[in-house]
Design a protein around this ligand. Sequence first.
Ligand code: COA
Length: 326
Amino acid sequence: MRSLIAGTGSYAPAKILTNADIEKLVDTSDQWIVERTGIRQRHVAAPEEATSDLALAAARRALESAKLDPADVEMIVVGTVTPDYQFPSVAAVVQGKLGNKKAFAFDLTAACAGSLYALSIADRFVSTGAVKNALVIGADALTRITDWTDRNTCILFGDGAGAMVLRPTDEPGRGVLTTRLHTDGSLVSILLMPGGGSRDPLSQKVLDERSHFVKMNGREVFKVAVRALVESCREVLAAEGLTPADVKHVIAHQANKRILDATLERLEIPASRCWMNLEKYGNTSAASVPMTLDEANRAGWFQPGDPILMMAIGGGMAWGASIVRW
Ligand code: COA
């Protein structure tokens, strides 16, 4: 038995912040941002919108597309680094608002790789028959932890949520095949939010140092990202006996167009096979992969059985890749 992605959904908040808007906040230009990242605009959650609100909207759309009653969901896992509260989880808030009493619900933290990690965990429960279905969500409001005075980071991030419904299938040639996850904790310092946690609880010092915002060594992240993504994609392809030429579609974390171009070039997969939407949304962290999957799905990009290569990387560094047959 395998897990089938039986439905997808996504949500982006209404407010759009363009590169021209960011030119008014920091010393940058639309041209610089587009050339270095490919991003033209991003969506920003309204002040009253929390991560669970984004997650809930995406979840409802995914459940609708899978024709699954919210009350029947048995497992909810949310990848996020911007939960509504330190605890309890976004997943618990979503479960409550869906009116569901059956599902066990929890969040996991793997930054921008969060939804791929969540997919892999949920796949283990569904494909072994431990649960009959699972709701996998990636949701982040990264603009809430973005330093709008730091031009190195504030150009990159946007808010959103994406969701997938997993169901068991015995149909040959369909479902989640191989997923491989990796972490290199020696790289914690190149992408993190250092303040406001148990290491350095919220204090005047944290506020003064602005350490409650994302800090990033962009050049290092870039280098690690390309190498790690290429390696893990090769790993899952080899595990399934596939070559890059067999890959029909790529659904990748939308961090930066140059990272993806370099990764695809090394894998010798034509860029046209990779669904891109970062020009509209920026880097939406854990939301990115399921938002991209939903957009491609709703555009009719996938046929049953199509081999799809999924990949993501984020702070940790944490990364992975997956081969799914639609
Ligand atoms: N506008 C204009 N200039 C900027 C700028 C901005 N927004 N941000 C940085 N610069 C400047 C730098 O200050 C630097 O100037 P200097 O040479 O005078 O010091 C110059 O541009 C080059 O900076 P550098 O950091 O080397 O640029 P880069 O080519 O590496 O691009 C990133 C910066 C952030 C776009 C790139 O490193 C990147 O995308 N990294 C990966 C980030 C990422 O995806 N993170 C999330 C992973 S999940």
